[in-house]
Design a protein. Structure first.
Length: 264
């Protein structure tokens, strides 16, 4: 029974004094009886399991296939005799290409991070659904140095942060204003911070734009609104660096985030 009021680390329900619940002495967290079994026992006698990591790029791939099938169906209905030929010779429209590239970018980032962190305590979660249908988080990485929200970008061109004399700074990629990517990271970081607010010691939370092909500045800024602009290998080094989160805390945090942000 609880000697003081607390909150369930999984479902965030308030637990009054005297409530029967499970106390994790390593992570210093409480789990209500309804949620026992959804998180691992991190005591020395138990071997903690990891949550389902999800499939990188899965939702982007599904959206690509949905749009491609819908376009091909329209063509075949409009042109019963020549539909197959038109489908074969027609180039894919940009909105389809964007989802295909998004899928490939997420898969590329996941593949390298999985390879570089395989022998570490890092937990990777892929393609996680935001609350309220507000989009997806490409990757969540829980490491000794904190939680990383990773937006994978398979862009080409030069990346720069421009600060005009008047107005707000802008993220520019290949000559185009892509500041909305930073706005998206702001929303995702806020959602993760809210999900971890009830934990005993919330870990540091970092937003990352991870580029697979774009050219980051060699000497210029690689941080905007506290979010990082990194290549995959540089990100992997941060994930495997020494930090204050113990293996038990990493595992517990991963289960909380997997419950709050299920696979998309």
């Amino acid at each position: 029974m609880l000697r003081r009021a607390d909150r369930c680390v999984v479902c965030a329900v308030e637990l009054a004094v005297g409530t029967r619940a499970r106390w994790d002495g390593n992570a210093r967290t409480v789990t209500c009886l309804d949620c026992v079994g959804t998180v691992p026992d991190t005591s020395a006698s138990a071997a903690p399991s990891r949550p389902d990591p999800g499939s990188p790029g899965a939702s982007a791939g599904r959206e690509y296939e949905r749009r491609r099938r819908k376009r091909e169906q329209r063509i075949r209905v409009a042109h019963p005799r020549l539909g197959g030929l038109l489908v074969a010779v027609q180039q894919e429209p940009q909105h389809e290409v964007a989802f295909r590239r998004g899928q490939r970018g997420e898969e590329a980032v996941a593949a390298l991070l999985q390879r570089r962190t395989a022998d570490s305590d890092v937990v990777l979660l892929h393609d996680r659904r935001m609350p309220g249908g507000r989009g997806n988080i490409d990757h969540l990485a829980i490491s000794p140095t904190g939680v990383y929200l990773i937006d994978a970008k398979d862009y080409e061109g030069t990346v720069s942060i421009r600060t005009p004399l008047f107005g707000k700074e802008k993220l520019v990629i290949d000559g185009r204003d892509k500041t909305d990517l930073i706005d998206g990271l702001d929303r995702q970081v806020a959602a993760v911070r809210e999900a971890l607010a009830s934990t005993a010691e919330p870990p540091p939370i970092h937003g990352v734009l991870c580029f697979t092909r774009a050219d980051l500045p060699l000497l210029g800024r690689t941080r905007m609104r506290s979010h990082l602009l990194l290549y995959r290998r540089a990100l992997a080094k941060r994930l495997t660096a020494r930090g204050r989160l113990s293996p038990a805390a990493i595992d517990q945090t991963a289960h909380v985030l997997a419950a709050a942000f299920p696979s998309a």
